[in-house]
Ligand binder design. Structure first.
Ligand code: CAA
Length: 378
């Protein structure tokens, strides 16, 4: 067992830190108030950040899952909204690498690699099917050499920026997960309507929209995998996505902890820095310990992904532990700052709002626990 990063992983981590400071940090405050701009996304994409896991032979960055987790953490430490935008685009790119046909890789993945397409999105959740994902109602009916797809999707991350979408829809009357297929749909397809942008608690820079599809013609060659494979494609993608979200949570919480530590050394009360009080020291000690433990779980899940080992259990364990730890750390740092922690002048307030969703999207904490129990009891 080796607990140190390889030289290559260290240099990728350094690269991500430098990039975060040069490109992400100058706009982080702006992106806590308004959406990521097209120009900014172009810059991000030109650095290869949207296709980090795509093999170099295909034109991507060819990072391992471990290196990807390190990059996700560094970027999210500076801007959580950029973090989630990368997380979802990379998840779609990863689906296309692992499950896409050569045609789909050429038509959808290559433009994402070249930066002609800025981001991509994942359309699984519907109004009445969130945690119970296989209860989705969108339907794709066979029509000529393709399908006509109709339905409504919500919580589409990157929706406003994306040129294409991976959409899960039913292709048969088989119950639950069995009748679900996955399709690639371009934004400009007839019948695609971009809906309302959600007004969220945090991650203001990221786009989260509703979408509707009305008799959208989807050629057969845009179906990923076979008919009925869609649910498993989505679940395999979420196994990887859950590692990204865990890394995002770690990054945000680490930023909060670093700010809290600096503040505790500077702020005085009762004639000495508050860092001298045991009450503050324990908050800092517990927070750092939680994040260190969480990081081990995240890197373990990423390691399993790199070695093509089963990762469902480890990814869900990493997600539930890392996101709940991160939320607790961000909450504790507000306590360290006292009243200043609650006002917008200080970033810990934003970190708390940004981190909260990590225990909700890509499967709530309750769903992660269900997955962990299912894996242990099966
Ligand atoms: N990998 C491969 N196959 C998997 C799998 C995985 N991780 N998980 C399940 N499967 C397979 C099962 O083996 C089973 O296969 P068989 O039918 O051949 O036996 C099939 O899929 C169905 O599995 P379950 O019976 O366990 O399915 P279920 O209906 O009980 O649901 C669930 C399981 C874990 C609750 C699942 O619905 C789930 O993960 N829900 C949460 C959904 C979610 O994370 N949504 C987030 C959407 S994305 C988002 O947040 C927005 C964003 O863009 C950031």
């Amino acid at each position: 067992m080796n607990f140190s990063l390889t030289e290559e992983e260290k240099s990728i981590q350094d690269w991500a830190r430098k990039l975060s400071q040069e490109i992400v940090a100058p706009l982080a405050v702006r992106h806590s108030q308004q959406k990521l701009s097209t120009d900014y996304l172009k810059t991000i994409s030109s650095q290869g950040l949207m296709t980090l896991l795509v093999p170099e032979a295909m034109g991507g960055m060819g990072l391992s899952a471990v290196s990807f987790a390190l990059v996700m953490k560094e970027i999210s430490k500076v801007c959580g909204s950029t973090g989630v935008s990368l997380a979802v685009s990379n998840m779609i790119a990863d689906i296309l690498v692992r499950e896409g046909s050569p045609y789909q890789q050429e038509k959808f993945l290559q433009p994402l690699i070249r930066g002609e397409t800025l981001t991509a999105s994942f359309c699984l959740t519907e109004n009445s099917s969130g945690s119970d994902a296989s209860a989705l109602k969108s339907r794709a009916v066979k029509k000529g050499k393709g399908y006509e797809l109709s339905g409504e999707k919500i919580y589409v991350t990157n929706g406003a920026f994306s040129q294409f979408f991976v959409v899960m829809a039913r292709t048969s009357d088989e119950p639950g997960s069995k009748g679900v297929s996955a399709f690639l749909i371009s934004r400009d397809s007839k019948g695609v309507t971009m809906g309302k942008e959600e007004d969220k608690m945090g991650l203001t820079g990221s786009s989260t929209i509703r979408m509707s599809f009305e008799n959208v013609f989807v050629p057969e060659e845009n179906r990923i995998g076979a008919e009925g494979d869609g649910f498993k494609i989505a679940m395999r993608a979420l196994d990887g996505g859950r590692i990204s979200v865990s890394s995002q949570a770690l990054g945000i919480a680490e930023a909060s902890l670093e700010f809290g530590v600096r503040y505790a050394k500077e702020r005085e009360a009762f004639g000495k820095p508050i860092a001298d009080f045991q009450a503050i020291q324990w908050k800092i000690a517990d927070s750092a310990t939680l994040l260190a433990a969480a990081e081990l779980l995240v890197l373990q899940a990423a390691y399993l992904k790199d070695h093509q080992k089963p990762l469902t259990l480890a990814a869900s364990q990493a997600k539930v532990f890392a996101t709940e730890a991160a939320i607790r750390v961000c909450d504790e740092m507000i306590q360290v700052l006292g009243g200043y922690g609650y006002i917008r002048e200080y970033p810990v307030e934003r970190f708390y709002r940004d981190v909260r969703v990590t225990a909700l999207y890509e499967g709530t904490s309750e769903i992660q626990r269900k997955v962990i129990a299912r894996e242990l009891l099966k």
